[in-house]
Design a protein around this ligand. Structure first.
Ligand code: DER
Length: 242
């Protein structure tokens, strides 16, 4: 099966956890998109009456509306289950999320819910976080280069560490294109941290130090938040990690 078929497999298995009248946390990304499509199909077939969802991004809000999932604001919801993808899953079910830029609303919604099912294909499983790419940190735009400097200071001297402000390419008419800071749904910027070979050290200590930096809003390490991981293996079987 293709990677997308595996993502769909994991997503559909997670949707089996949904019961009528549940309020859900609706994730962001290509794997979560399969869960939204599946939920839409079931809702339209009358299979899940009373289900509604809290979206974790403007993109998911639009997708959920398009497939007919009733939406609720976070403050009006008691979320029974969130379903979302991840960029990395370590053996303790710690996650890297947010390479799609939605980490803040994801962490707020998934932190508010009773259960959180992560849906991934096998390629997301890592021995330690930071192995396959950036660990994102959402920072306020004011003084972002200064905040980047403070984040770099946390890891000063750590071999193989580097960090940068995430940029996006903006077409500039006939002059070609230019790089501008990536802006999140919340109007913030993203610092991307890179750790060669992954993060070696106490993840909670690193989390605490990051969150104490004035100007840092939140980071993409979701520690101890997932209650189950649904993993579609390359051979098409699905493993459930609790
Ligand atoms: O940005 C996010 O947190 C997404 O959930 C991401 O981590 C997973 O995206 P994917 O399902 O497209 O790989």
């Amino acid at each position: 099966p293709t990677q997308d078929e595996l993502k769909r497999l994991a997503a559909h298995r997670a949707v089996e956890l949904v019961e009528p009248c549940m309020t859900l946390g609706l994730g962001t990304g290509s794997t979560a998109a399969h869960a939204l499509d599946r939920l839409g199909d079931l809702l339209r077939a009358g299979a899940l009456p009373g289900v509604s969802g809290v979206p974790t991004s403007l993109k998911t809000e639009a997708h959920a509306a398009r497939v007919g999932i009733p939406l609720l604001p976070l403050d009006a919801a008691s979320i029974a289950l969130s379903i979302d993808g991840a960029d990395e899953v370590d053996p303790d079910l710690n996650l890297v999320k947010g390479r799609g830029g939605s980490l803040l609303r994801e962490k707020m919604v998934e932190g508010a819910g009773a259960r959180f099912a992560v849906i991934v294909d096998e390629s997301k499983l890592v021995p330690r976080l930071g192995c396959t790419g950036a660990v994102p940190v959402e920072v306020v735009p004011f003084g972002a280069p200064h905040t980047l400097g403070l984040i770099r200071g946390l890891f000063h001297g750590l071999p193989g560490f580097h960090a940068r402000l995430r940029t996006t390419t903006v077409p500039e008419g006939e002059q070609g294109s230019e790089q501008q800071p990536f802006v999140t749904d919340n109007g913030n910027y993203i610092v991307e941290m890179f750790f060669d070979g992954g993060i070696r050290g106490d993840l909670r200590d690193i989390s605490d130090r990051l969150l104490r930096i004035t100007g840092v809003v939140e980071h993409g390490m979701f520690l101890g938040m997932a209650t189950v991981a649904i993993v579609a293996k390359k051979d098409g079987t699905v493993a459930v990690m609790e």
